[in-house]
Write a protein that binds this ligand. Sequence first.
Ligand code: SAM
Length: 465
Amino acid sequence: MNAHDSDRMEEVLRAHGWTMGEAASECDLVVLNTCSVREKAEQKLRSEVGKLAPLKAKNPEMVIAVAGCVAQQEGEKLLARVAHLDLVIGPDNIAELPALVNEQQGGAPPRARTVFDVDAPRFLAAAPRAGEAPVSAFVTTMKGCDERCSFCIVPYTRGPERYRPSDEIVTEIARWVEAGAREVTLLGQTVDSYRDAALPPPESDDPDESQFPHLLRAIAERVPGLRRLRYTSPHPRHATASLARAHAELDVLAEHVHMPVQSGSDRILKRMIRRYTRAEYTERVRRLMASRPGMTISTDIIVGFPGETEDEFAATLELVRDIGFVGVFGFKYSPRPFTPALKLVDDVGEEAKSERLARLFEVSEAQIRAHLASLVGTRQRVLVEGPSKAGAALVEGRTRRNEIVHLEAPEGRAVVGAVVEVDVVRANKHSLVGTITSEAAAALPPADDRSRYGPRRKRALPLAG
Ligand code: SAM
């Protein structure tokens, strides 16, 4: 979501004549985009602004801005606390960035602008430039969050849920595909709570039933050139039977879902105000897994939530094994401002939190290794995204289930952006190594000198621990 916001900031600034610099030392404006889901991000912000201070001393015209959730959370207070800061700008005020920077350059006093657009929500449409589109693009479907998970700061930094009209979403996806993107990931804090009066009504009277499956169908029907569709993050509450049906029916939907569970203990889930039990989560995820052969699930887990006993943590480990997650993002509980969990005593010590996180990763890493090893010797369809970090002559892509695959680029052929058949020959810790089949290589168009794709975005890897 932050990477996506950074792209929108770049676009609004470009539209006002700004260009991207290589290093902060040569820039007139530095925007630090922030996340406040866990405490570390805030500490990082302080040290980054500190690093910019000497540059600003050399170039007093330099404007330093902080955007994102820390900006929203702290507002004016941040200006008072951080000496060299000129601008604090919330996620809903991105469109105002060029004008606010202009003011600063004209000598205005430091300013904080952090107003939610609740009454007239505005979604900045991406403006893909042909020749610069990534193979895989993000598209916003909603902003904010109406859940009140007791640990989570998001409702306070991103505001209430507001949905982007489905027509806008479909149009933006079509534009991305026209510019060269092959895969789209729909973004939303609870992406599967989606609603839009322009779509058919929800498929049942269940209050957790949303119109998200209808949105998926509209995209599949109206953007036939899209090769793969993903979404993140869904809330288990809305993973109803109709979502599983959409997976069964729509070939464009990838066979992987990231479904945050947070804990395997019913008592902790209740304290977290997650609004589902372990049995309900299991039932919903199993239904999704049954919707398509080979469907895999990854998840988020918080360890050391207030009051979590050793037995309750053991229940989480048992759930990780039971579901067979092939990716786990694990976090130590971090108390956040405004959140209801602040009323609970943060009584699991730092050492116990670290030890539980290490045990969680031990189990999840073993599962990932076993899963990747089971794919050696199979043939997979890989969407090639760009050069591989693993070697100069290599490219990398992803299977439909989101496993990363490194492969040798066939000489003289345009492979980036293509879906190719690959024989998997080896498994690394978090990725696969494969060989493109000779038929697939022969079917690729000849490479011309210029790639039609822009740089790949840094993305969170679902297989990372
Ligand atoms: N919408 C997602 C959901 O269903 O909860 C969550 C998105 S949140 C931005 C990403 C993850 O950060 C959460 O799933 C949770 O595991 C973790 N997280 C959020 N608040 C946290 C906190 N106070 N301490 C530790 N981890 C936290």
